[in-house]
Design a protein around this ligand. Structure first.
Ligand code: SDX
Length: 426
């Protein structure tokens, strides 16, 4: 018998197994706690709770390490491509050249959406937030693919994964074009994944669109940085929705809804708005005072898991400089504000004792703006990239023999049982 944890409560003791993983903290398996001691554990926000076993991503928050199937994020960002990372997340190993070619072909030849699908966009106001459009449009996909909704069939699960990864850029670009009142652009099979997306967003019928390899590479790298991140709020949402056997496209729509929140994927849009509000380096001290007085958060800083520098933020900062140089904005005043704000925050006791470091969202806003996207599209790009993480985690959950429908319990502090009182006696 391996290690165990003993919980003495109400005069009795329950002995629970301790499970060890490849890396990270051991876990106390509490599945028998309620039956053994008639008590629940209590952990709002799941700060000390492992919701599942997973082999996909590992984060060491103290060391600032992020691994996808064991490969460090900085190596993948430098040496891999987003589609290769998609294959890695789905299959667990880096593909051979032949495996990659087949995977890339599968994705490329699923990038179009049903012509009838485009009508969904007409129902939105032109000024609708693109994330509202994404939630609705991706949810609508579940009405189209009845040939891949048997989630118990591994072949259909993989087809759903390919369709989701392939179509999400097309849908995201449509959400953007719709907000501009510009015509939708069809994907092209002779473009790479990132190039196709940039082309669907920025090309217009009135002139030829010329790809910029530096910007295409930066976009691809930004997708890699956002691909997956353990059991974050939106991934946990997808897993919980999927645990009931719901349609995979509908589960991804639920993940998009969760990601939209300003404390999660919405932080990149909020971080840029914060930098714009600060405006100049001279205004930083006053702003930081407001943060310390709990009047507001330092958007793009802090993380539930990283209590060190988010390794993605480092790569994002490098990418930010590359993109700004490529578009001729090396002197972007917001970059100056961001770098000075980071320097001040990293040396200020308030942030140090709370272990608040820049996260992936801090530099992404400046970078995405330089790529030509408006702030309301930033979280859409996050959702586009995170779709592979969501679908890989959903697939892992469905294939986990121990998975059950997620059904947490609670600590009830409401009224004790009481009898109904007629209105005339209240
Ligand atoms: C993402 O989970 C993931 O993996 C998410 C993500 C992914 O890839 O999926 O990494 C993507 O969501 C990154 C995080 C983006 N969010 C932001 O940048 C928004 C600003 N950050 C905060 O909202 C906050 O840091 C969270 C939500 C990210 C984490 O919050 P926690 O873990 O619940 O920590 P906490 O709120 O308990 O904070 C601890 C202390 C508190 O101070 P005290 O009350 O103890 O004195 O730090 C303070 C907080 O007030 N604090 C901040 C702060 N973040 C935390 N104070 C000012 N500014 C901040 N940004």
């Amino acid at each position: 018998m391996g290690d165990t944890a003993k919980i003495g409560i109400g005069g009795s003791t329950v002995e629970l197994p301790v499970l060890k993983g490849t890396a990270g903290p051991d876990v106390v398996d509490i599945r028998k706690l309620y039956s053994g001691a008639d008590v629940f554990t209590y952990d709002p926000g799941f700060t000390s709770t492992a919701s599942c076993e997973s082999k996909i991503t590992f984060i060491d928050g103290d060391q600032g390490i992020l691994l996808h199937r064991g490969y460090p994020i900085d190596q993948l960002a430098e040496k891999s491509s987003f589609l290769e990372v998609c294959y890695l997340l789905l299959h667990g190993e880096l593909p051979t050249a032949a495996e990659y070619a087949e995977f890339e072909h599968n994705i490329t030849y699923h990038t179009m959406v049903h012509e009838q699908f485009d009508r969904f966009f007409q129902g939105f106001r032109r000024d609708a937030h693109p994330m509202a459009i994404m939630v609705g449009a991706v949810g609508a996909l579940s009405a189209f693919y009845h040939d891949s909704t048997n989630i118990d069939d591994p072949e259909q699960r993989m087809i759903s994964a390919h369709r989701m990864i392939a179509k999400i850029p097309t849908i995201a670009a449509r959400a953007y074009k719709y907000s501009l009142g510009q015509p939708f652009v069809y994907p092209r099979n002779d473009c790479s994944y990132a190039e196709n997306f940039l082309r669907m967003c920025f090309s217009v019928p009135a002139e030829d669109w010329k790809p910029n390899p530096v910007l295409t590479r930066a976009m691809d790298r930004i997708f890699i940085l956002h691909a997956d991140h353990e059991q974050n709020a939106s991934t946990s949402t997808v897993r919980l929705a999927g645990s009931s056997g719901a349609n995979p496209f509908a589960c991804i729509a639920a993940g998009i809804a969760s990601l939209w929140g300003p404390k999660h994927g919405g932080a990149n849009e909020e971080a840029l708005n914060m930098l714009k509000e600060i405006g100049t380096v001279e205004n930083i001290p006053d702003f930081v005072k407001g943060v310390k007085n709990r009047e507001r958060l330092l958007m793009g800083f802090g993380h539930r898991v990283y209590k060190n520098y988010d390794p993605r933020a480092k790569v994002m900062q490098t990418t930010c400089h590359e993109v700004l140089a490529a578009v001729g904005h090396s002197n972007d005043p917001l970059l100056k504000v961001a770098m000075e704000l980071e320097k001040i925050a990293l040396s200020d006791e308030f942030f140090i004792e709370r272990k608040l470091y820049p996260n992936v969202d801090f530099y992404s806003g400046i970078t995405l703006r330089a790529l030509g996207f408006p702030p309301e599209m930033f979280t859409v790009l996050f959702a586009l990239a995170r779709t592979v993480g969501w679908i890989a985690q959903w697939k892992e959950m469905i294939e986990d023999p121990s998975q059950k429908i997620g059904r947490p319990r609670q600590l009830y502090t409401g009224a004790p049982q009481r009898d109904y009182v007629a209105v005339e006696k209240r």
